[in-house]
Design a protein around this ligand. Structure first.
Ligand SMILES: NC(=O)C1=CN([C@@H]2O[C@H](COP(=O)(O)OP(=O)(O)OC[C@H]3O[C@@H](n4cnc5c(N)ncnc54)[C@H](O)[C@@H]3O)[C@@H](O)[C@H]2O)C=CC1
Ligand SMILES: O=C(O)[C@@H]1CCC=N1
Length: 264
């Protein structure tokens, strides 16, 4: 199986690195092209991938074609690769905000298409990806397309109207969670810890909290209650955070993310 990437930016690189670590395909079966020749050729040489001269050449030589460009150039790129697509190849889009219907309109209504929204944690096999297939993608071909995300992440098959919410609380939320970790570590610095030590402490605490939450099967509220000793320190902190608008500032951030991705 050959997997072509059109666009080799932050998200494509995370998936490629995840695929290489998972050894899903040999490195030379990963084909790439992007806007900056020097960059994609150097990247291909560094990891033993196959660089191609055009987006169409990637498409013609691949079984799965991952569209990994920013939304504003997707239309132009799809026009370039359209003649190389066929019903024995799968177009996989990771582009935020472009529907299956729009992808079909910009290519051909008979093509198998998988719309996905991965996140950057795919690099370390810890991603979270939403997927939705069109009616032309079934059976073994669908399994093949899903294998890209199974190798790098957990998968959630979601109705398309939930993609903007998913993208906000997963794709974008990686940055929001890192923002929270940075905020915790800056608080540590305020009280005398070095930034490096505080960041490690905050990151491991975040990682351990997520892991414990999922392993325990409990709700976040139940975990919070276990940490808040009666009359203790943590409940004082929770109340001060909430008084400063913690919950509503997170929800407002998600509202703004969804508004930007949908234009609504
Ligand atoms: N960064 C993230 O965490 C996530 C990004 N996405 C989606 O992934 C897509 C890419 O995002 P990033 O990797 O963050 O952006 P990026 O700016 O890092 O990468 C974009 C890539 O597209 C290439 N490119 C631009 N014009 C091109 C053209 N005409 N032909 C071929 N390649 C071209 C650029 O050279 C670059 O390699 C976006 O549509 C975004 O919505 C989805 C989920 C998460
Ligand atoms: O910021 C963005 O537009 C993309 C979509 C989800 C994560 N990054």
């Amino acid at each position: 199986m050959k997997i072509g990437f059109i666009g080799v930016g932050a998200m494509a690189q995370a998936i490629i690195q995840g695929l290489l670590k998972a050894k899903l395909v040999p490195a030379e079966n990963v084909l790439i092209h992007s806007a900056h020749q020097r960059h994609y050729e150097d990247y291909a040489n560094e990891y033993g991938l196959t660089a191609k001269d055009t987006n169409l050449a990637v498409t013609e030589a691949s079984d799965l074609i991952v569209l990994a460009v920013v939304p504003s150039v997707a239309k132009k790129v799809l026009a370039e690769i359209r003649s190389g697509l066929s019903d024995n190849k799968v177009l996989i889009s990771i582009v935020s905000g472009i529907s299956l219907e729009r992808l079909a309109e910009l290519t051909d209504y008979n093509l198998p298409i998988l719309r996905s929204l991965p996140n950057i944690n795919s690099e370390f096999g810890q991603g979270m990806t939403a997927v939705v297939a069109n009616e032309n993608l079934t059976g073994e071909q669908k399994d093949q397309a899903l294998s890209v995300f199974e190798a790098t992440s957990e998968i959630s098959e979601l109705a398309e109207d939930l993609f903007p919410a998913f993208s906000a609380i997963s794709g974008s939320a990686v940055a929001y969670i890192d923002f929270f970790i940075d905020a915790l570590s800056r608080a540590g610095v305020k009280y005398g810890l070095s930034k490096a030590a505080a960041t490690k402490i905050a990151a491991q605490t975040t990682f351990g909290s997520a892991d414990a939450l999922m392993k325990s099967g409990q709700t976040p509220a139940e975990m919070i209650d276990k940490v808040c000793s009666p009359g203790g320190d943590t409940i004082a902190g929770i109340l001060a955070m909430e008084n400063a608008g913690f919950l509503s500032s997170v929800v407002k951030g998600i509202d703004a993310t969804i508004k930007k991705s949908t234009g609504k």
